[in-house]
Design a protein around this ligand. Structure first.
Ligand SMILES: [Zn+2]
Length: 170
């Protein structure tokens, strides 16, 4: 396990700031055999890339924001994006609006790029904040922070914040 951790650090190094691999419980963590092989044999050229934000959609009826990301699997093994979660804040006030999460797991074949959709549903707290702090606003800037992915059992935390502009219907 020590070897794995050292190798992960070596891989993550060249893309410092992009991703942080974090093991909540290294002793109990199970790495799929293929992925472990890739991680331990990594030469520094391969790393899991941060999902690339491509756009968002807003559904007024269900009061949901769907943020879409492209996730590329650079490995010679299939990966599964099991979960994605993020906190959502109002950009202007750093006001906590709620959580966004992946609805269904996504399989990403080796070398392929898949779209990952993360959904945020307005909470009543968010609604109240819009009414109180953004009266008559036609849109609001929100940020997704603490983006956290489970990819084939490996926890990936990203330090990057993603900004979205969402139309408001009042
Ligand atoms: Zn606000």
């Amino acid at each position: 396990m020590l070897l794995v951790l050292i190798s992960v650090a070596a891989i993550a190094g060249p893309v410092a700031g992009l991703i942080v691999l974090n093991y909540h419980n290294p002793v109990d963590m199970i790495i799929p055999p293929d992925l472990e092989e890739i991680v331990t044999a990594g030469t520094g050229n391969q790393a899991i890339e941060l999902p690339k934000y491509v756009g968002s959609t807003y559904d007024a009826a269900s009061r949901t924001v769907t943020a879409n990301f492209n996730f590329t699997n650079p490995f010679e093994a299939d990966l599964s994006v099991n979960s994605v979660s993020a906190d959502v804040e109002c950009a202007a006030h750093a006001f906590f609006l709620g959580h966004a999460e992946l609805i269904n797991p996504v399989e990403v074949r080796e070398g392929a790029t898949a779209t990952i959709s993360v959904v945020f549903t307005w909470t009543q707290t968010a609604e109240n904040h819009f009414l109180n702090a953004h009266p008559n606003a036609e849109s609001i800037d929100i940020i997704l922070i603490n983006l956290d992915l489970d990819v084939s059992g490996i926890d990936i935390q990203t330090p990057e914040n993603i900004s979205l502009t969402v139309p408001l219907v009042q």
